[in-house]
Design a protein around this ligand. Structure first.
Ligand SMILES: O=C(O)CCC(=O)C(=O)O
Length: 290
């Protein structure tokens, strides 16, 4: 959990042990300067177009509609790292742009697993920084070790909460044991589906920008309806999810109408099938199981 130590790839056995014990690992350098510029400018364009439209664009699932987001979600170096955590068969489950403006916006403390009702918590999130992410601009904060227990949540809706669902834990976090996930642009953190995390307002003059991608092992089932996934690596012999047939080819500008229509369709669906919740606290790592 030391910002001064950049984890190299492949991750070492002690990195993986640390992830297993704490539910988080950072910083991991993944994007070169040219890639940072490309992905950053695509997200800036997305945000500008969204701001200019009557209704803000959905920040979720851009990887299904825009080429830049597909390319970032299936970035080889990121997949190499994810493979060490969940194994050689990797689905891109979902993604979110977290662009936090200077001001009051925050992310309430929550565990991601609550959203999806997974049969096992073999989902890892890569939070990829496209600007520096600092204490001042409201970097993600985590409570290491909190992934070992599921917590009670409630919904507290607040206009400044970047989580539109308002998902918030009932008690905590334990402030004394929280850690700031400070990243430089081009670095990422990994966090476990059950890790307690949130973030504070951005007190700087610049946007804090991250792109979070959730990666899932194909054998895991989900108790809620879902949009298509991308088979990023390996095989899926379980077929629990429908797969995206063709990778998106659209630029941000050209893909925006499709993305807006897709998001409207997604929002209309009854996504809750009332399936199983995560019941296991087991945190298997691929390297542990083989
Ligand atoms: O970007 C943030 O501040 C929070 C990110 C988050 O909640 C997530 O990646 O699951």
């Amino acid at each position: 959990m030391n910002r001064d130590v950049s984890h190299s790839m492949p991750l070492s056995r002690s990195d993986l042990k640390r992830y297993q014990a704490t539910g988080v690992l950072f910083p991991i350098a993944v994007l070169c300067l040219e890639e940072q510029r490309r992905f950053r400018s695509a997200i800036d364009e997305f945000v500008a177009l969204s701001d200019a439209s009557a209704k803000p664009a959905n920040v979720g699932q851009c990887h299904l509609n825009f080429k830049f987001a597909f390319d970032l979600s299936t970035h080889e170096q990121i997949l190499d790292t994810v493979e060490q955590v969940i194994g050689p068969n990797i689905l891109v489950h979902s993604s979110t742009i977290f662009s936090k403006r200077p001001g009051r916006s925050f992310v309430s403390w929550h565990q991601d697993s609550l959203y999806w009702h997974l049969s096992a918590p073999r989902l890892v999130s890569a939070w990829i920084a496209l600007s520096d992410s600092t204490v001042e601009n409201g970097c993600m904060r985590v409570q290491p070790g909190s992934h070992l227990r599921q917590r009670e949540h409630t919904e507290i809706h607040h206009e400044d909460n970047m989580l539109v669902t308002g998902t918030t834990i009932m008690d905590g976090p334990d402030e004394a044991s929280t850690v700031n996930v400070v990243l430089r642009a081009g670095e990422m953190s990994l966090h476990h589906a059950n890790l307690l995390h949130g973030s504070d307002p951005n007190r700087s003059n610049h946007n804090r920008i991250g792109f979070a991608v959730r990666y899932l092992a194909p054998d895991v089932q989900q108790g809620r309806e879902h949009h298509e996934v991308i088979l990023a690596r390996g095989h899926d012999r379980y077929q629990h999810f429908q797969q995206l047939k063709d990778p998106p080819v659209y630029s941000v500008r050209d893909g925006m109408p499709l993305h807006v229509a897709f998001s409207a369709w997604l929002n209309k669906r009854d996504l809750d099938r009332g399936g199983p919740r995560v019941t296991s606290n087991e945190i298997p790592l691929y390297t542990e199981r083989t």
